[in-house]
Design a protein around this ligand. Structure first.
Ligand code: SF4
Ligand code: SF4
Length: 350
């Protein structure tokens, strides 16, 4: 029998959900959603679960991840119940449910706590810089090691257990029997969706947004590779240097457009920005611009006399790697890719 959790509505509001209680179950939202299918129909069902407090049903559903937030359902809802915004809020809530540390939930619900976490990191970095006698070259060397350890650490300590928890909630606990073979057949979908997010192309009027996201994902991943594995800041290889400049400039340009869209609120998806949305775009923009300037200052021999620039870049990088990537909006990229993978396995197994 379905368990009803009466506090669920209040809980979802803390993750950004608004007005969904006004829903009178007409189904318009599902009818207009270009991503909803017969087998995976949403968002009406998800709105119902939320209104009724069906926490287990929500937690085991992959459907919130199949939505790419085009906002069409919100525009057409006769009750202004904002189903698109609810889907986004549930993705934040799910992220907190998957996270074994509980930190995602705390940070999503409190912009103030996130700011405190950012400040603690800034103070710790300042202490480290003072401990190293403001030796910028030595600190750059440690910064490079930090990048490598942060990637491995976050993946092993946070992402791996969280993906296992997601699999447990959405696959193991459901009654659909899935064969081992279906896991290997569907694995292609995991990587295709991870790198292309091609399903977003089916979202109405969303082609340019998809292109921007695609360029951003590719630039971000390649800059990560260039800085971590090709040691961009220390490299003397002209190809690597130019590659890093291009990647960081593209990240800056695309995220600048994202920030502008959020300020102007010119798209439905930008109408309700949560602190986590702002942190994501602003920190990504700062990463792009500071990485570009650090390498430029190295090339024109201004780095040693302007060490503050690298310290600032390092602070943004550490906050990004220890807060936004493991516990913030970055995780949506990962969970959505796995949701596509799991949904494909379920489809094969039916
Ligand atoms: S959210 Fe709006 S469109 Fe969707 S079922 Fe409810 S009232 Fe209808
Ligand atoms: S926001 Fe777009 S993709 Fe998401 S449920 Fe609404 S119509 Fe569908």
């Amino acid at each position: 029998m379905a368990l009803i959790k009466s506090e669920l509505k209040q809980e979802l509001k803390k993750y950004g959900a608004v007005d969904f209680n006004a829903c009178y179950n007409c189904g318009n939202c599902t009818a207009v959603c270009s991503l909803s299918t017969e087998d995976n129909s949403f968002p009406r069902e998800i709105v119902r679960y939320s209104v009724l407090g069906l926490e287990e049903e929500l937690q085991s559903s992959l459907k919130p991840w199949l939505c790419y937030y085009c906002g069409e359902c919100t525009t057409k809802c006769p009750q202004q119940a904002k189903p698109g915004e609810l889907m986004m809020s549930i993705r934040r809530w799910l992220t907190a449910r998957y996270d074994w540390t509980g930190l995602s939930g705390l940070l999503y619900k409190s912009g103030l706590l996130t700011m405190i976490a950012f400040i603690i990191i800034a103070i710790a970095e300042l202490g480290f810089i003072m401990y190293e006698d403001f030796n910028v070259m030595k600190i750059m060397h440690y910064g490079h090691y930090f990048e490598m350890f942060a990637i491995a650490g976050v993946f092993i300590v946070i992402f791996l257990p969280n993906i296992i928890r997601m699999w447990y909630f959405t696959m193991l606990k459901t009654e659909v029997k899935m064969s081992v073979k279906s896991y290997s057949i569907a694995v292609k979908d995991l990587f295709v969706h991870m790198f292309t997010q091609k399903r977003a192309l089916d979202c109405n009027e969303n082609k340019f947004r998809w292109l921007e996201h695609f360029i951003l994902v590719i630039s971000y991943l390649s800059l990560l590779f260039t800085t971590v594995f090709l040691d961009w800041f220390a490299s003397e290889n002209l190809f690597v240097i130019i590659l890093g400049y291009i990647e960081s400039a593209v990240i800056f340009i695309v995220t600048f457009d994202f920030v502008l869209s959020r300020i102007k609120k010119n798209k439905e998806m930008n109408t309700f920005s949560q602190p986590s949305d702002w942190y994501f775009v602003v920190w990504l923009l700062l990463m792009g611009v500071t990485a570009f300037l650090v390498r430029l200052f190295i090339d024109i021999d201004l780095m040693e006399s302007n060490a503050w620039l690298y310290y600032f870049h390092l602070m943004i990088l550490v906050q990004w790697a220890l807060i936004i990537v493991p516990f913030g909006k970055w995780t949506h990229f990962l969970y959505r890719s796995f949701a596509m993978y799991f949904a494909k396995i379920q489809e094969i197994s039916k």
